[in-house]
Ligand binder design. Structure first.
Ligand code: NAD
Length: 472
């Protein structure tokens, strides 16, 4: 069986891909388990692993244009962003873990009078890595780099919608000389290839990024096999703009926060909460700017918003718009298909004002260019709205009042809080969601904890007293 992948900007089929069935998945996992047991990579020195990770990073940089091209072709992401951000991030992920493993420290307990006790960390085995389609290279490379840096083998399954750039990256990694079997790729649908991978008896770890419903299914399957999981799931994040904010910067960042990456980001600030005293001015400016966003070919450097990834995503945006209006929202911008772009999954970016946080558009992750704006009076009300969701991935706060900032960062229920900034990433720090946005996190120490297992070794300081059985 094979499946087609499309260019969302033209709706043309750009590749036919063979689906990996249970047999092919088995071969990939077996190869990973075999090379793991042989120790070729799992017991390679830290220096050898660092050299390889850095070599991979350099090769990714050397192929940056080609990778960016594929990523944009297959996802509709702006070509310049794929080049500047996504490919750069992929290379940086390998460099980051190369540096990290050179500096990580262990534990030693010396309080016990009789023993020195040390805690060793070792690789776990074979990791199943399951990636989404919205930022395949950036997210897939994080998983691969982390898994192999700590000595594991891994099998990556890209999204069946957008596998092309990851497929090329995996080839590049092989060209770098990583031992065969340490990294394999399997293509296919979640229910077929993904399930077979997660349920494989030789898979020890499952790292998943994708939707919450899928995450729940995968975590259950992994749970049956007692496999550890990290789950990076969906979001419905609040961007709170207090009246004390720098208005212009908050406006710029609110637009970026929801429409960047063609609006398809787990960490989108898709609920924009604005304090009532500045709301009229903000809403007017936000609507005008949303209407002025340049929609078009993702390869054109002037384009600001490319197509969404699929026809289904476009329908989702349009249906949510109609439903929001039905539920009492005020349409401010968008809600239709842009003129002059008959081909491609283009949709006008949407802005609506929601009378309440209960609207479906405020509670469900739409995962497209869709902003809902909600007015609030007091900080308490803002926290209640921000936290009034089953998700808890990230939050954004715009304020110039130090006490308000200090309070907000305590009160918001999310794994990351960004103050007076759009998205920023510190790879050393954990990135992970609260509530239904995830389990576990990615980041330096978080990945070390996940991709290694601890082994406690006790050594007596002096010969221990032994009872002598059988000598009475
Ligand atoms: P998805 O859940 O539909 O699919 C993600 C991956 O899971 C794909 O590779 C898919 O084939 C696979 N899959 C599906 N069913 C499976 C199964 N039963 N067993 C094994 N694998 C299975 O997600 P998507 O539509 O590709 O991506 C969008 C979602 O990802 C959004 O909800 C978004 O918020 C989330 N996301 C989260 C983060 C984060 O870091 N928290 C980052 C990016 C995207």
């Amino acid at each position: 069986m094979s499946f087609s992948v499309l260019n969302p900007a033209t709706e043309e089929v750009v590749a036919e891909i063979a689906e990996a069935d249970a047999c092919a998945v088995d071969a990939a996992v077996e190869a990973g388990a075999k090379v793991f047991a042989a120790g070729t990579w799992s017991r390679a020195s830290v220096e050898q692993r660092q050299d390889m990770l850095r070599k991979i990073a350099r090769l990714i940089e050397a192929h940056a244009d080609e990778l960016a091209d594929l990523e944009s072709l297959n996802t509709g992401l702006l070509l310049r962003e794929a080049r500047r951000r996504h490919v750069a991030r992929a290379a940086r992920n390998f460099d980051f873990f190369a540096d990290y493993i050179g500096q990580s420290v262990g534990e030693l307990y010396q309080q016990h009078p009789g023993f020195l006790t040390m805690v060793l960390r070792e690789p776990v085995g074979v990791a199943a890595l399951i990636a989404p389609w919205n930022a395949p290279l950036a997210l897939g490379s994080m998983k691969i780099a982390a898994a192999i840096a700590f000595g594991n083998s891994c099998v990556i399954k890209p999204s069946e919608q957008a596998p092309l750039a990851i497929m090329r990256m995996v080839e590049i990694i092989a060209e770098a000389g990583l031992a065969p079997g340490v990294l394999s790729l399997v293509n296919g649908r979640g229910a077929v290839t993904g399930e077979a991978l997660v349920r494989h008896r030789l898979v020890d770890l499952v790292s998943f990024t994708g939707g919450t419903a899928t995450g729940r299914r995968i975590a259950s399957a992994a749970g049956e096999g007692l496999k550890a999981v990290t789950m990076e799931l969906g979001g419905k994040s609040a961007n709170i703009i207090f009246e004390s904010a720098d208005f212009d910067r908050a406006l710029d960042a609110a637009l970026l926060g929801v429409f960047d990456n063609n609006g398809q980001q787990c960490l989108a600030g898709s609920r924009i909460l604005v304090q009532r005293s500045i709301a009229d001015r903000f809403i007017e400016a936000f609507a005008a700017r949303t209407k002025a966003i340049r929609i078009g070919d993702p390869r054109d450097p002037a384009t600001e918003l490319g197509p969404v990834a699929s026809a289904a995503q476009r329908e989702r945006v349009l249906e949510h718009y109609a439903r929001a209006i039905d539920e009492g929202a005020i349409g401010l911008a968008g809600g239709g298909r842009p003129a002059g772009l008959p081909r491609g999954f283009y949709v006008e970016p949407v802005a609506v004002e929601a009378p309440s946080n209960d609207l479906a558009a405020c509670q469900e992750e739409i995962f497209g260019p869709f902003a809902t704006i909600i007015r609030f009076d007091t900080a308490e009300e803002a926290y209640a709205i921000a936290n009034g969701t089953r998700f808890g991935l990230v939050s954004y706060v715009w304020s110039r009042d130090a006490a308000q900032i200090a309070e907000a960062q305590e009160r918001l229920e999310s794994g990351v809080v960004w103050i007076n900034t759009p998205v920023a990433r510190e790879l050393r720090a954990p990135f992970g969601g609260f509530k239904e946005s995830g389990v576990g996190a990615e980041g330096g120490r978080a990945c070390e904890a996940f991709y290694t297992r601890q082994k406690t070794v006790m050594t007596p300081r002096r010969p221990v007293a032994l009872e002598r059985l059988g000598t009475a």
